[in-house]
Design a protein. Structure first.
Ligand code: CAA
Length: 382
């Protein structure tokens, strides 16, 4: 069993870190304030290959591993959680669906532009009334035989990346009587007539990320855009989320490490009672605990990612990584703000942004409660 990154992984990590430090960090505060990602940054991420890390070079991807992709999400999130989730949703929720379930033709048509840095993608599963209960889909797709097209009607909420994405994996009921077996997945071009993307929803954290309600009104989608067979959509969504949860766990680790790094620099500078507050053992012990928790979460992320890379069952490992890393992110960010006292609470010092960003990691791509359902399910508790 190997607990260390190899030389190639370390070199990739260094490359992602250098990019994040140079291109993401200087913009993070302003993007949070403006509640919008910088357009130059979105282009730079494309140019530097961040959109195609774990995908084959055959389709224009980078040809890296899932672990490489997690290292990238962690490094981006260390500087900015919004940038981290943008790449995570694009990669694990959108591209992975086409990579795993698309035909050769669909890969050439949709996966190639998504992974070669031409287009961004998103994932439309959650609906106003179908969150944790993802099977409760109300969006419908009706097959029009004469046109060999499906007509989609409905709405999706919390669609990350929707404002600038070109393609969305949309899940819709093709047969309401069949429950989860009546859900079908489609690749929808968001420029299609009938698609309306609302402005980003105002949120507590990851404020720069695009996160929208999307309406589909008589949207005509060629049957050639259907992923796999009718009725396979729920399993496609669940598989994508298994991988997505590792990405979000990596995001949580990055957010936690970013907040700790800020607090660590602060306690060395800040003097109270005639000494830097780093000189107090209470401070040292807090920092030691925080770093240990982050490293434990990071190892769970690495385990889940390498299990996926090895082609083994990784859903429960992904859920454990997300459950632990998201809790650690929230605890560490809260402690970071506390260590920095009144300054920790001020926007200028940035720790509060990490605390706001951390909360969502316990909610999206499956709440912590859903993670426990997945883990206990695999343990065959009942
Ligand atoms: N892989 C493959 N198949 C799976 C699976 C998986 N991980 N999980 C379940 N399935 C299959 C089951 O085997 C079952 O198939 P059969 O009927 O053939 O046996 C079928 O799916 C139904 O399974 P369940 O009965 O377990 O389904 P459920 O309705 O009880 O739901 C759940 C289980 C785990 C709660 C699931 O609904 C879930 O994960 N909910 C959370 C949804 C979620 O994470 N949403 C996030 C959306 S994306 C987002 O956050 C926005 C963003 O952009 C960041």
């Amino acid at each position: 069993m190997i607990f260390k990154l190899n030389e190639e992984q370390l070199a990739n990590q260094e490359k992602y870190r250098a990019f994040a430090e140079a291109k993401v960090k200087p913009l993070a505060e302003e993007m949070d304030e403006n509640e919008k990602l910088d357009e130059g940054l979105l282009d730079d991420l494309k140019k530097e290959g961040f959109l195609g890390i774990p995908f084959s070079k055959e389709y224009g991807g980078v040809g890296g591993t899932y672990l490489d992709y997690c290292l990238a999400v962690e490094e981006l999130s260390k500087c900015d959680g919004s940038t981290g989730v943008t790449i995570s949703v694009h990669t694990s929720l959108c591209c992975s669906c086409i990579d795993s379930f698309g035909t050769e033709e669909q890969k050439q048509k949709f996966l190639r532009p998504l992974v070669d840095g031409t287009s961004y993608g998103c994932f439309g599963l959650t609906e106003p009334n179908a969150g944790s209960d993802a099977a409760g889909q109300q969006t419908e797709a009706v097959y029009d035989e004469a046109a060999d097209e499906y007509v989609i009607n409905g709405s999706k909420i919390f669609t990350t990346n929707a404002e600038f994405a070109d393609y969305c994996i949309v899940f819709a009921m093709t047969d309401k009587s069949l429950g989860t077996k009546g859900i079908t997945a489609f690749v929808v071009d968001l420029r299609s007539p009938g698609v309306k993307v609302n402005p980003s929803i105002k949120r507590m954290g990851i404020r720069a990320a695009s996160n929208c309600e999307v309406f589909y009104e008589d949207v005509r989608v060629p049957a050639a855009n259907r992923l796999s067979e009718e009725g396979k959509g729920f399993k496609i969504a669940m598989k994508a989320l298994d991988g997505g949860r590792i990405g979000i766990a990596a995001q949580a680790v990055g957010i936690a490490q970013g907040a700790l790094d800020i607090a660590l620099a602060y306690v060395k500078e800040r003097h109270q009672f005639g000494r830097p507050i780093a000189a107090f053992q209470t401070t040292q012990f807090k920092l030691a605990q925080m770093q240990t928790e982050i490293d434990a979460a990071r190892l769970l992320v690495y385990r889940a990612a390498t299990t996926k890379d090895d082609g083994e069952v990784y859903g429960p490992q992904a859920a454990m990584a997300k459950l632990k890393a998201s809790a650690v992110a929230n605890d560490v960010c809260r402690e970071a703000v506390q260590l920095m006292g009144g300054y920790g609470y001020c926007r200028e010092y940035q720790a509060e942004r990490y605390l706001r960003d951390a909360k969502i990691t316990e909610i999206y791509e499956g709440t912590s409660e859903v993670m426990k359902m997945v883990i206990s399910g695999a343990m065959k508790v009942k």
